[in-house]
Design a protein around this ligand. Sequence first.
Ligand SMILES: Nc1ncnc2c1ncn2[C@@H]1O[C@H](COP(=O)(O)OP(=O)(O)OP(=O)(O)O)[C@@H](O)[C@H]1O
Length: 252
Amino acid sequence: MSAGAAVELDRAAFSYGAAPLDFDVAFAAGRVTAIMGPSGSGKSTLLNLVAGFETPQAGRVLIGGRDVTTDPPSRRPVSMVFQENNLFAHLSVEDNVGLGRSPSLKLTAAERAAVEEALARTGLAGKQKRLPRELSGGERQRVALARVLVRERPVLLLDEPFASLGPALRQDMLDLVAGLQAERAMTVLFVTHQPEDARRIAEAVVFLEDGKVAATGQAETFFGGAGPEAFQRYIGSEAASGRSRDVARKRT
Ligand SMILES: Nc1ncnc2c1ncn2[C@@H]1O[C@H](COP(=O)(O)OP(=O)(O)OP(=O)(O)O)[C@@H](O)[C@H]1O
């Protein structure tokens, strides 16, 4: 069931009351797409429309060709991982993962075995009884990914899930996502501000500006310097701000 499903926003319009957002874009099944763009351009809102945390005021959301526009999040074939707060603080690692299979945590032996396997797959074997506060930030995100594995949904939404981790750990986590995606052929929508992260795992790029899709294309075109000018400007400014942060850190 987890083989990818295409995701489409068909002139999906939404507004929190101020600037309107209006998305008309399709994400191919079984592919990793990086969603990039300046702060406030609508990246998280786009994911929230796909997940069902927000409902468009006009237009439609389709997953696997099915109109899910009015479906609640629980009925959508989607998993989502945020930058933090993915876990229940009072539940052990294994229960946090088990929730992906059964909200009541009444698991069959086969489901418990699936939880164990997901924990092993994400490098968490031996940590199943720990509470989230007894884990590192990277380990907590691994638990969230283990839950994605047992949920077996065809679409995975990642909202800057590794932004607070250091570069080496971020690379490990991205490689883990890439491995899981290759195994399950999930459709992955990956919001990131980090060009090198997008480059590492994404085949396609969707670039947002001012609540709209400003450009779409292949990652190798965009990162090879042949992408649209607005994207190049954005990448340039992100790279420059990354450098200045590094310089500032070295000076302190
Ligand atoms: N809960 C909210 N209430 C009101 N306005 C909101 C809310 N969430 C987002 N917005 C506004 O909607 C627009 C899009 O926000 P969104 O969070 O989708 O942008 P983003 O591209 O994900 O930004 P960032 O890169 O900073 O996370 C922005 O103008 C933002 O101020």
